[in-house]
Design a protein around this ligand. Structure first.
Ligand code: GLC
Length: 551
């Protein structure tokens, strides 16, 4: 196949799809225990069909002690009882497929839970054994091995190494964990690890999943010799800002994806891999989606771009160039379960590195009205762009970040590992409001909720927004419907000059303008298809975007 054929717009579903991220513990809770579950998802698929999405991605629901909300997997081939059973998964998948909605599951290959059978075996086995060789065990430095093998800092705070006690009771080797100590990193230079994950891929592909979102897809290979490294003080926790980090973006990761690409290709239906890789440049990011590697990779440089017209124009232009250069679509995204919700983030007035979160004592708290207006305008812009787009549950309701979560409810390991210095990600993970007048806003029947829902969320409840023509929910439905009708997910983009404070372009007959400035922008004689906020006349207000045609 030539690159032109591979790049043929619209030829595979994932090139242009709108994909909705479900965070299972916070979506819908059928059991009533306060944590969402698979039957809850199945019961609400109808509302996702109405929203108009092409696919859903589910954050992990596999067996896990939940030390990092399921990103610590103890059994990759089973469902955690919190979320249901494998039969519940099969039912959810069948029901989604019956509605024409594809299903992507989360795969966590960088690390397992410390409760995984392999890690438990490794703890019992001797240094140098094949059981230890599945993870990254090393002797410590210092006279008695009492110092960690290097100085790497964990994403969640503290060091990346934890010392074990050997079977005979003596202090022993150290193991590496980029994240929490309960999340030991696999050694991906070990063929046994590679073979195990091929088999895990096939397990879910055989059940019928349409793809995988690959967790920490930039971390699986560490630089030879594990050299010391200290990130700059203002670094983003996942490494998105820095070049040449010995545990991020090492060239060896690409062999793994080439291998997986072949496994995916054994199956029909254009199954897809989507990488979670935080990298410093779009040029580097695009390496993840070369024709024989992954199919999608999140465009995090786009997500990280502040509300600034020149920067936004530049990142869109560069994205189309770099991804286009390797024959891949850009995979646009504004929110997920790790970042401050974009209806709040785009109005922050102080620095907020990725993963820090915002809470009661954060400086630069966002103005809710400006944040929501910018959030809606940003989505109006994003859903007009060629490529695929991911939505994060609740953004279709315009949910803000929950900033006032009391300390005693916080659960993110970041909060604990930094002694409360960083709030972490709980604020974007609060259970969804479905019904204004119901217990837990209809998240379940009992009123239980693993994170408290803010009192003012009744107005964001789905049933309220369904009945309000100007709601964020109805804006998303309109955008997704028109995007499909006009095939905006594929095709080319022509830049237009809308002035310094705007992002302006044409997609076929449809013109798109976003006003990021402080003054209205006159559009002239136009017919509107979408206004991110209702306005009269033809002057586009600040913090607003519109789609329109010209006669
Ligand atoms: C990814 C996940 C995040 C998790 C981390 C460790 O970044 O998105 O939620 O904490 O990996 O698995």
């Amino acid at each position: 196949m030539t690159l032109e054929q591979i790049a043929a717009p619209g030829s595979e579903w994932w090139r242009s799809a709108v994909i909705y991220q479900i965070y299972p513990r916070s979506f819908a809770d059928a059991s009533g225990d306060g944590i969402g579950d698979l039957p809850g998802i199945t019961s609400r698929l109808g509302s996702l069909k109405e929203l108009g999405v092409d696919a859903i991605w589910l954050s992990p629901f596999m067996t896990s002690p939940q030390r990092d909300a399921g990103y610590d997997v103890a059994d990759y081939r089973d469902v955690d009882p919190l979320f249901g059973t494998l039969a519940d998964f099969d039912e959810m998948l069948a029901q989604a497929h019956a509605r024409g909605i594809r299903v992507i599951v989360d795969l966590v290959p960088n690390h397992s839970s410390d409760q995984h059978a392999w890690f438990q075996q490794a703890l019992k086995a001797a240094p140098g054994s094949p059981e230890r060789a599945r993870y990254i065990f090393r002797d410590g430095k210092g006279e008695n091995g009492e110092l960690p093998p290097n100085n790497w800092e964990s994403v969640f705070g503290g060091g990346q190494w934890t010392r074990v006690t050997e079977a005979d009771g003596t202090p022993g080797q150290w193991y590496l964990h980029i994240f929490d100590p309960t999340q030991p990193d696999f050694d991906w230079t070990n063929e046994e690890v590679r073979e195990e994950f091929r088999s895990i891929l096939r397990f879910w592909l055989d059940r019928g999943v349409d793809g995988f979102r690959v967790d920490v897809a930039h971390g699986m290979i560490k630089k030879d010799g594990l050299p010391d490294y200290v990130p700059p003080a203002d670094a983003d926790s996942m490494g998105g800002g820095e070049d040449d980090v010995p545990y991020w973006g090492q060239p060896g990761v690409h062999d793994i994806y080439r291998d997986w690409h072949k496994v995916m290709a054994e199956y029909d239906g254009d199954r897809a891999l989507c990488g979670e890789a935080w990298l410093p440049t779009l040029k580097k990011t695009s390496l993840w989606v070369r024709p024989d590697e992954m199919h999608q990779t999140f465009n995090f440089p786009y997500l990280m771009t502040p509300w600034d017209a020149a920067q936004l124009r530049a990142v869109i232009r560069e994205s189309l160039d770099e991804f286009g250069g390797v024959g891949a679509p850009s995979t646009w995204v504004l929110s997920n379960h790790d970042v401050v919700r974009h209806a709040s983030r785009l109005a922050l007035t102080a620095d907020n590195p990725q993963g820090e979160g915002i809470g009661p004592k954060s400086p630069g708290k966002p103005d809710a009205v400006i944040g929501l207006a910018r959030g809606r305008a940003a989505t109006t812009l994003m859903l007009s762009l060629p490529g695929s787009a991911y939505l994060y549950q609740g953004e279709e309701l315009g949910l803000p970040e929950a900033m006032e979560i009391p300390d005693e409810f916080r659960q993110d390991p970041t909060w604990f590992r930094t002694n409360g210095e960083r709030y972490g990600r709980d604020g974007c993970r609060v259970p969804l409001p479905w019904t204004a007048d119901a217990p837990a806003y209809g998240f379940n029947d009992t009123g239980a909720s693993w994170l408290p829902q803010p009192d003012e969320w009744a107005r964001f409840a789905r049933d309220v927004e369904e009945g309000d023509a100007g709601s964020t929910l109805n804006l998303y439905k309109l955008l997704i419907g028109l995007r499909r009708e006009h095939a905006l997910g594929s095709g080319s983009l022509v830049w237009e000059d809308g002035g310094d404070d705007t992002v302006a372009f044409r997609r076929g007959d449809i013109h798109v303008v976003a006003n990021l400035g402080t003054e209205p922008v006159e559009l002239g004689d136009v017919t509107f298809l979408v206004q991110s906020e209702a306005f009269t006349g033809t002057a586009l207000p600040p913090n607003t975007a519109a789609w329109f045609t010209k006669d």
